[in-house]
Design a protein around this ligand. Structure first.
Ligand SMILES: [Zn+2]
Length: 200
């Protein structure tokens, strides 16, 4: 089952996943808009629907395993794999070195056909690192799918990419950030604790 980009946007908006402000992204770049994907991924029904669109696109790729980068990619890889009836693995950041690797005993056979999935693609870094980890483990990457490509098409991978929703949201290096220039405090969105509700 495919899904229209407008429906993906509606799912993100309805879940409260679109936030405006001054954010420090995982890439280190700053942006006036942040997509808190876990506001969507906390809902299994919406996650299942989004992953069904990825699974439908992957139907002809003879996928044997689905791989994603931590953290959201774990959930997406697992759900897409469940729908395809295959296995899911995830790649973690290396400690003290660039790139990602498979741990937890995850192994690939030589030439194993792997689909790489992720939630939000900003620079393509995490997805490309997962692609490299698959290759380092002996697998063959047959494609990549993400829920949202927010790079405006500027993020490049060396495999075919499909995004359910494409967005062009500006991101800036700190030195060129207009919000920094105005003195607006920047925040790390993903690490901010949720509001605490006090019950009596
Ligand atoms: Zn800034």
């Amino acid at each position: 089952m495919t899904i229209a980009a407008a429906d993906v946007e509606r799912i993100f908006r309805d879940a409260g996943a679109l936030r405006e402000g001054h954010f420090i992204l995982a890439s280190g770049r700053h942006s006036p808009l942040y997509l808190e994907k876990f506001q969507v991924l906390q809902h299994p029904a919406e996650t299942e629907r989004l992953c069904a669109a990825i699974a439908a696109l992957a139907g002809s790729l003879e996928v044997e395993t689905v791989a994603g980068p931590t953290t959201g990619g774990i959930i997406l890889a697992h759900e897409v794999a469940r729908q395809l009836g295959v296995r899911a693995v995830y790649a973690e950041r290396r400690e003290g070195a660039p790139g990602r690797e498979f741990r937890r005993g995850f192994a690939l056979t030589r030439g194993e056909r792997v689909l790489v999935v992720d939630d939000i693609m900003t620079t393509g870094g995490s997805v490309q690192e997962t692609i490299e980890a698959v290759r380092a483990a002996g697998g063959t990457v047959v494609g990549a799918s993400v829920l949202v490509d927010r790079s405006g098409g500027s993020a490049r991978l060396d495999v075919p990419l499909h995004a359910l929703w494409g967005l062009d949201i500006p991101t800036y290096p700190v030195a060129e950030c207009p919000l920094c220039a105005k003195g607006v405090p920047a925040m790390h969105p993903g690490t901010t604790p949720a509001p605490v509700s006090v019950s009596r």
